[in-house]
Write a protein that binds this ligand. Structure first.
Ligand SMILES: [Zn+2]
Length: 470
C-alpha cells in the first residue's frame, strides 16, 4: 500500500486519489531569470521519479508545472542587462527545458507559462475582491490574510508571524496586515502590463499557480509538490487563495516537499562562490550521476553536496554498471541455460529484491532502501557469477528487473554518448592498419604506442580495430 508524508498533516498517509486511479499533480516550476542549479535539479529529479513510479503502479498522472515568466527578478535582471524582459525570460526557459532533457526528466504532461493565463488570474482576483478577501490600495490588489481563518495551516504559522517572508512585490505601506500578499500589481512605467477591470498591471507570484491549477484540475486536486522553502509564504498563499474562492477545502489532498541541497554545508549563493548550475555540473560529470546522487538520498532529507561524496557515488554507480555488463554477457550465453538451476536464484534472491524494492518505494518513496536492495542483488549476484551459478534465464530476468526499476530511476541504462575520436587519432589508426597489411609489425607497434601516449587504446578485433579512450 502506497503511503507518503503529507506536509499538511505532518504524517504519513495512505495514498488515495480523489478519483480512482486518476492523479492530478502540480509542481512549482522555475522563475526564468537565470540558469537552474543543482538544488533545482534535485526537486525536479525527485518529482520525475515519483511520477514515473506512480505511472508504473498504474496511476494515470497529469503532471502540470508552471513557468513563472514575469516576475520582479526577471524585470530587474532584464533592466540590468538592458534587454527586453520577455527575451530574457524565454532564453532561460529554453535553458531550463534543455537541462531537464539532459537529465531525462520527461514526465511533465504540461508546462504552463504564467503570462498565458492572465485571463484566469484576473478572474481569480475578481472573485477574491467580490468575497471581500482582497482589497485595493494605491499600488495594487492585496490578499487580507485576516479574512481567511485557516491561514497558516500548512506552514503552522500564525498571522502575526506571517510578516517574516514577504518578497519585494508584496511591500506596500498601506497594507492592512504586514503579511498580506500581492495578487495584482499596478505596473510602473516601462514594466509589462495587462489590462484588467481594476487597472493595468501584472500578476503577483502566488496567484498564477492557483489560476493554472484551477484551469486544468478544478478547485481541488491530489498532489502539490515543491522544494520545502516554498511552503511559506508561497504554498500557504495558494491554499488561502483557492480555498477562499471556492469555499472547498483542502485545495490539495497531499503536499509533498523536498529537502534542501547545501554545498559544503552552506546554502548555495553566488556571493559564496558555491553556486553550481546544472550545466556546470554536466560539463564535468554525466547526467545519470546527478540522478543517482539525488535518488540515493531520501527526498525529504537534506543533502550536502561535496566532491568527496560525489566521487563515492560515482564508484557505487560503477559497481552497478559492472554488474549489469556481466549479467548482460551471461544472458547471451545459450549453453548456460541449464546450468545450476537447482539453486533457483531467481526465486530465492531475486523475488526478495523485487519485493524489497516495492515495499521501500511504497513507504514514502524510501529510495535509499530501494537502492540498498539493488546493491544486495549486485553483491549476491556477483558471488553467484564467480561460482558460475547464474543461468542465462536468471540473467535475463535480472536484466528485465533492472530495466523495470530504471524506468523509474533512470540512472542505469543510459544512452551512452558516442565518443568522438579526434581526427589525428583516426589518421594514426589508418596508418597502423596499412602497416599491418604490409606485415610491418614494428611500425604498427610504434603507432600503437604513439596512440597510447595520446590517451587512446587500439584493440584489434575480427571486425577491425576498436579505439577506446584510456
Ligand atoms: Zn509555485
Amino acid at each position: 500500500m502506497l503511503k507518503f508524508y503529507n506536509t499538511l498533516s505532518r504524517k504519513k498517509e495512505i495514498f488515495k486519489p480523489k478519483k480512482g486511479k486518476k492523479v492530478n499533480l502540480f509542481v512549482c516550476g522555475p522563475t526564468t531569470y537565470d540558469f537552474s542549479h543543482i538544488g533545482h535539479a534535485r526537486t525536479y529529479v525527485v518529482f520525475d521519479m515519483i511520477v514515473k513510479y506512480l505511472r508504473q503502479k498504474g496511476y494515470d498522472v497529469f503532471y502540470l508545472q508552471n513557468i513563472t515568466d514575469v516576475d520582479d527578478k526577471i524585470l530587474n535582471r532584464a533592466k540590468k542587462e538592458k534587454i527586453f524582459w520577455k527575451d530574457l525570460s524565454r532564453k532561460f526557459e529554453r535553458e531550463y527545458l534543455r537541462d531537464m532533457k539532459a537529465l531525462n526528466i520527461n514526465s511533465v504532461t504540461k508546462y504552463a507559462r504564467a503570462t498565458d493565463y492572465i485571463k484566469e488570474i484576473i478572474g481569480q482576483v475578481e472573485r477574491l475582491l467580490k468575497k471581500g478577501v482582497a482589497y485595493q490600495i494605491r499600488d495594487g490588489i492585496y490578499y487580507n490574510i485576516k479574512k481567511f481563518e485557516d491561514y497558516g495551516k500548512l506552514s503552522k504559522r500564525t498571522v502575526l508571524q506571517a510578516e517574516d517572508a514577504v518578497s519585494r512585490i508584496d511591500e506596500a505601506r498601506e497594507k492592512r496586515n504586514k503579511g498580506d500578499f500581492c495578487l495584482w500589481k499596478f505596473s510602473k512605467p516601462g514594466e509589462p502590463k495587462w489590462a484588467s477591470p481594476f487597472g493595468e498591471g501584472r500578476p503577483g507570484w502566488h496567484i498564477e499557480d492557483t489560476a493554472i491549477t484551477e484551469k486544468y484540475f478544478g478547485s481541488q486536486y491530489d498532489i502539490h509538490g515543491g522544494a520545502r522553502d516554498l511552503i511559506f509564504p508561497h504554498h500557504e498563499a495558494e491554499a488561502a487563495q483557492m480555498e477562499a474562492i471556492s469555499g472547498k477545502k483542502p485545495l490539495v489532498k497531499y503536499w509533498l516537499h523536498t529537502g534542501f541541497l547545501t554545498v559544503g554545508g552552506q546554502k548555495m549563493a553566488k556571493s559564496l562562490g558555491n553556486f553550481i548550475t546544472i550545466q556546470d555540473f554536466l560539463k564535468k560529470y554525466p547526467a545519470r550521476l546527478l540522478r543517482f546522487f539525488v535518488i540515493k538520498t531520501h527526498y525529504r532529507s537534506p543533502i550536502d553536496y561535496n566532491e568527496k561524496l560525489l566521487l563515492q557515488t560515482k564508484k557505487e554507480l560503477e559497481r552497478i554498471d559492472e554488474f549489469e555488463s556481466r549479467i548482460k554477457k551471461i544472458s547471451k550465453i545459450p549453453f548456460r541455460q541449464k546450468t545450476h538451476d537447482r539453486e533457483n536464484f531467481t526465486k530465492m534472491i531475486f523475488a526478495k529484491t523485487e519485493k524489497e524494492f516495492e515495499q521501500s518505494m511504497d513507504d514514502d518513496f524510501n529510495t535509499p532502501k530501494a537502492v540498498a536492495a539493488i546493491f544486495k542483488l549486485v553483491n549476491t549476484g556477483n558471488t553467484k557469477i564467480a561460482q558460475n551459478r547464474i543461468s542465462a534465464t536468471d540473467a535475463k530476468k535480472i536484466l528485465e528487473f533492472l530495466k523495470k526499476i530504471d524506468k523509474v530511476f533512470n540512472f542505469i541504462f543510459w544512452k551512452k554518448p558516442k565518443e568522438k575520436i579526434p581526427e589525428n587519432i583516426l589518421k594514426l589508426v589508418k596508418e597502423r592498419e596499412k602497416a599491418r597489411k604490409n606485415k610491418d609489425w614494428q611500425l604498427a607497434d610504434e603507432i600503437r604506442k604513439k596512440v597510447k601516449k595520446l590517451g587512446y587504446w587500439i584493440e584489434d578485433t575480427k571486425e577491425g580495430p576498436k579505439i577506446k579512450r584510456l
